[in-house]
Design a protein around this ligand. Structure first.
Ligand SMILES: *[C@@H]1O[C@H](CO)[C@@H](O)[C@H](O)[C@H]1NC(C)=O
Length: 342
């Protein structure tokens, strides 16, 4: 009982420290020497989500006191449905490949550049990483995995695009691996010269949203031409080298990466927007979440390989936004049970 009380008191006293100033500290700093930092938190036992607040006091207090924590069950009423056309998503391609790291808590692709814009805010892509199983629940149902694309604004505000990954159906055509290299060799451009809304973009940046009728037609044609969705080439390409970073703290380089494919998939659906938190310590709030309704897919064998590396890295679903933190709810229940059995 002493421990629980202590934890609750610590959590309560830490609440004051939280505020709008909690931005800016939470993207893992890059080590000077290029070493991959291994996360100090985990997903079970005393390092797990129920105890994250105690791992670093008061820095992690939002994990136990925040009332707008992520992930959540994405059911009608907790999110705003945002049309894909309301977001500008520009992503860099990586014709030379990019760094792929095992942080112990996840595997992460360093992917800097591009632009995400919505509701008058603008962000730049920093990295994307993977959770297994999914952290958000799609109307009550967990998915095989979830990809988080993490973006940061000039004022250190964070936006995350969450994308569910499902296991590709049996018999789905394997992704043609050869597509990645040649396509990546030349910077992809989606802007139709002279079309309304055409703009100058830096090489290697793909503009995936536009209002021009010519571009809309191109998108429609591409979608009609697309075969039944098989495994996502980007995922198969990245995970083709996953075995090289089995050990936490190691890194490797991906083959050439083309992100255009994923943006096209995202744009074929909509986004479920809500204000939440980082799903890892320090669980800072004010994170602009956009969970995509369109899903990526992965081959069963690839999923098995990645599962054997990641293991399990999904924070338990949090309370409905605005309701008390689920750790406090559980702590109070534990106290009441202890008192009742005295
Ligand atoms: C969500 O699930 C409920 C049943 O649990 C169902 O009635 C509802 O139609 C589902 N909503 C969507 C959007 O699929």
């Amino acid at each position: 009982m002493g421990y629980i009380l202590q934890a609750l008191l610590l959590a309560a006293s830490a609440t004051r420290v939280l505020g709008s100033c909690s931005y800016g500290t939470f993207l893992q700093p890059r080590a000077e020497d290029g070493a991959v930092p291994i996360s100090t938190f985990g997903y079970f036992g005393a390092k797990g989500p129920l105890n994250w607040a105690a791992l670093e006091v008061p820095a992690n207090s939002a994990c136990a006191t925040g009332t707008r924590q992520s992930p959540i069950n994405m059911v009608a009423g907790v999110f705003n449905l945002v049309a894909a056309t309301d977001l500008v998503i520009e992503v860099p391609n990586f014709p030379e490949g990019t760094e792929f790291e095992n942080l112990g808590s996840t595997v992460e692709v360093i992917a800097k550049g591009g632009k995400l814009a919505f509701a008058g805010k603008e962000f730049e892509l920093e990295q994307f990483h993977f959770h297994l199983p999914s952290e958000h629940l799609d109307n009550g149902t967990s998915q095989a995995m979830e990809m988080h694309m993490v973006w940061q604004s000039a004022t250190k505000e964070i936006a995350v695009i969450g994308v569910y990954i499902e296991i590709a159906k049996e018999g789905a055509a394997a992704a043609p691996a050869a597509v990645a290299a040649p396509a990546a060799a030349a910077p992809a451009r989606e802007v139709v010269a002279g079309a309304p809304g055409a703009e100058v973009v830096p090489p290697g940046v793909v503009v995936a949203v536009g209002e021009g009728p010519a571009r809309r037609r191109r998108f429609q044609q591409r979608r009609q031409a697309a075969p039944a969705r098989g495994p996502t080439t980007l995922l198969e390409t990245i995970f083709s080298v996953a075995d090289q970073i089995k050990v936490p703290g190691t890194k490797t380089k991906t083959p050439p990466l083309v992100l255009t494919e994923v943006v096209d998939i995202l744009k074929s659906g909509a986004f479920q927007g809500y204000s939440g938190s980082l799903t890892t310590p320090p669980c800072s709030e004010g994170v602009n979440w956009n969970v995509a309704t369109a899903k990526l897919s992965i081959l069963p064998a690839t999923f098995e390989r990645v599962r054997n590396i990641i293991g399990f890295n999904s924070r338990i679903p949090q309370n409905t936004p605005g309701l008390p933190n689920i750790v406090q709810v559980g702590g109070a229940a534990a106290m009441a049970a202890l008192v009742a059995t005295k």
